[in-house]
Write a protein that binds this ligand. Structure first.
Ligand SMILES: Cc1ncc(COP(=O)(O)O)c(C=O)c1O
Length: 441
């Protein structure tokens, strides 16, 4: 198909994020259009999206209702200051988001990304304790292999070594739980792995080490996504919640990936039946179309700030684009689409089909583990000696060239197709992957 796209002739200026820039610029991979489950590349070939962009386009691409909402909003109110002034859609979206959240999470701060949501949540945790007279709670606990974005707070509580090690001392007063990956006992688990609940006791140990009265908050992803899809062991999230309650520490679930249907429920916390004190979200909030994130928090946290003279700002925090009207319009339209097309229910009903398809790959060359929950899954490959990440990277390139977009992290293929995926799309994803895995060097 003839395409009318301008092809850049100089790729030097743009320093691409989380990209092997030199490799890319020698052999660029460009996408120029998208619709539903497919992208198109510069030659007009279709590329099947098995990762919902970057885990975000839950309703697929270029959904007409979302496109229209953005266009209408841009025509009506393009920007509105968010400080001391409001516009109706921000309030409407906040109500819609808290209606989806577990009971008790009744307020939301808007941000522009998951990273900002995380840093906002960490700041809120510290400020909350100070506002209730527990300012000695200054410590933050994250987890090894956790990904909480790229800002200083998120990197500090995060546990992906490459994202941390070149950025100096980061935040002080941070410690980490061990990660929950136990391939020796949980390899090829379907859904929640059986073993590993005891790893939650790390929190008890850290509380004893530092003094529980010094810990402000614990942040974890219910399903750790970017590190390569680690599903929480049975009972683990419940035990972390119990320990937080025992010592008055806030629990933050980072649901930037698991929010808005990825596991077949509105949030990971609703899926697992464990309610944190705060949820961070982004990505699916606007179907990935306009940058936006959020921090949901309990009334207990919110109300702790609502005192003092009424003309005073209660929380000195916010962004120029918090609650941006076009982002809010995209958010409202996305939530409408999720509801009207029953996408969370669809995910729930497709989950076991997805699981079966994924696990059908287990005997292919170099596959050492497969894990899944809802419409998210991982195929872990054996690393090449001395060249970690190379095997999966090569597979990623071959997949792209053959018309399949996958996401790889280290030697793990992470799959998270748009929630609109029909079973025929899932068949196509697994069929193509099987072919690619079978023909590895
Ligand atoms: C759990 C989690 N937290 C935070 C982030 C950061 O979000 P963003 O890239 O929008 O800043 C991500 C991104 O993948 C994520 O998966």
């Amino acid at each position: 198909m003839a395409r009318d796209h301008i092809v850049p002739n100089d790729l030097r200026a743009y320093w691409m994020p989380f990209t092997a820039n030199r490799q890319f610029k020698k052999a660029p991979r460009m996408l120029v259009e998208a619709e539903g489950m497919y992208y198109r590349n510069l030659s007009g070939d279709r590329v099947l999206d098995s990762s919902a962009g970057l885990w975000c386009c839950n309703a697929g691409h270029r959904h007409p209702k979302i496109v229209k909402a953005i266009q209408d909003q841009a025509r009506q109110l393009d920007y509105c200051p968010g400080f001391q002034i409001g516009h109706p859609k921000a309030f409407e979206l906040a109500n819609r988001v808290v209606d989806l959240a577990p009971d008790g999470l009744d307020h939301v701060l808007f941000t522009n990304s998951g990273s900002e949501a995380v840093d906002s949540a960490l700041k809120l945790a510290l400020a909350y304790h100070r506002s209730i007279g527990q300012g000695e709670r200054f410590r933050l606990i994250g987890r090894e292999r956790g990904y909480h974005g790229v800002n200083f707070g998120g990197v500090s509580v995060g546990g992906i070594v490459a994202n941390r090690k070149v950025y100096g001392s980061l935040l002080t007063g941070v410690d980490h739980l061990r990660h929950t990956h136990m391939p020796e006992v949980n390899r090829f688990s379907r859904g929640q792995p059986e073993h590993g609940v005891e790893l939650a006791e790390d929190l008890e140990r850290l509380a004893m080490l530092h003094g529980p009265e010094t810990i402000a908050a614990v942040i974890i992803e219910p399903v750790a996504g970017s590190t390569g899809v680690l599903i929480p062991p049975v009972g683990y999230l419940e035990r972390v919640r119990e320990i937080c309650d025992k010592y008055g520490m806030l629990l933050i679930f980072d649901e930037v990936i698991t929010g808005f249907g990825r596991l077949g429920a509105p949030f990971g916390s609703t899926h697992y039946g464990v309610t944190p004190d705060m949820i961070t979200c982004a990505k699916g909030l606007t179907n990935g179309v306009i940058p936006m994130g959020g921090v949901l928090c309990s009334s207990k946290i919110h109300d702790a700030f609502m005192h003092g003279p009424e003309h005073m700002i209660e929380l000195f925090h916010g962004y120029t684009y918090s609650g941006n009207p076009i982002a809010c319009a995209a958010g409202l339209a996305s939530l409408d689409v999720y509801r009207d097309q029953g996408l969370f229910e669809k995910t729930h009903s497709n989950a076991s089909y997805f699981e079966d398809g994924l696990h059908s790959l287990r005997d292919l060359p170099y596959v050492i583990d497969i894990r899944n929950e809802g419409l998210v899954g991982a195929v872990e490959l054996e690393s090449i000696d001395g060249l970690p990440g190379k095997r999966a990277f090569e597979l990623f390139i071959r997949a792209f060239e053959s018309g399949l977009l996958i996401r790889v992290t280290g030697d793990i293929i992470a799959l998270s197709p748009p929630l609109i995926a029909e079973r025929s799309h899932l068949d196509e994803i697994f069929g193509r992957l099987e072919q690619l895995l079978r023909t590895q060097d």
